[in-house]
Design a binder for this molecule. Structure first.
Ligand SMILES: [Zn+2]
Length: 179
């Protein structure tokens, strides 16, 4: 059965999962699984795989310090990625969170509190899966009427465009008259 992707694969986005021991790719056609990232003790979460399935980002928390890492997905049959060998994003916060990837898999978007607001930042990744430079702001969310956006955007639906939820707070004053 042909999948929803250009190459006929149906083993992508809906099929990633984190077990207690590893982040795995699952082929939904035959239900076969392969380990992509082996999990050490501690918390690894917010995995975000690039659309081309070649690089994966995740958040690792050690003693309440959460940092974002990027690693190259091993080829089928290859040894799973050890988080210790992944590259840590160079950013000053301890609450960073991968949000999603650009359609061309060359930009990882993250939610970072670098400037005191939780904004969308971009980290470029080269064709080899190596970090290229430091994160830069992609979209600020400093609008005081906005009470934040969803914490996991998923991959961009088009260059620079995401579908996300946001909450907008509006106040109303009502004057009640006694009758
Ligand atoms: Zn900002």
């Amino acid at each position: 059965m042909a999948g929803p992707f250009a190459d006929g694969s149906s083993s992508r986005a809906p099929a990633r999962q984190a077990t207690a021991a590893a982040i795995q790719f699952i082929n939904v056609d035959d239900r076969s699984a392969r380990d992509v990232v082996v999990l050490p003790p501690g918390r690894i979460e917010r995995r975000a795989c690039a659309p081309d399935d070649r690089v994966i980002a995740f958040r690792r928390t050690i003693q309440n310090v959460a940092k974002v890492f990027v690693g190259v997905v091993p080829p089928a049959g290859g040894r799973a990625l050890a988080p210790e060998t992944a590259q840590q994003i160079d950013e000053p916060t301890i609450t960073g969170c991968p949000a999603g990837w650009s359609p061309d898999s060359r930009v990882l978007y993250m939610l970072l509190d670098t400037d005191g607001h939780r904004c969308l930042w971009a980290q470029e990744v080269d064709v080899h899966g190596r970090l290229d430079g430091k994160p830069y702001p992609a979209r600020h969310f400093h609008d005081r009427a906005s009470a934040g956006i969803s914490t996991s955007l998923g991959n961009a639906v088009a260059p620079g465009s995401f579908i996300c939820e946001t909450v907008v707070v509006r106040g109303n004053l009502w004057l009640l008259s006694q009758q």
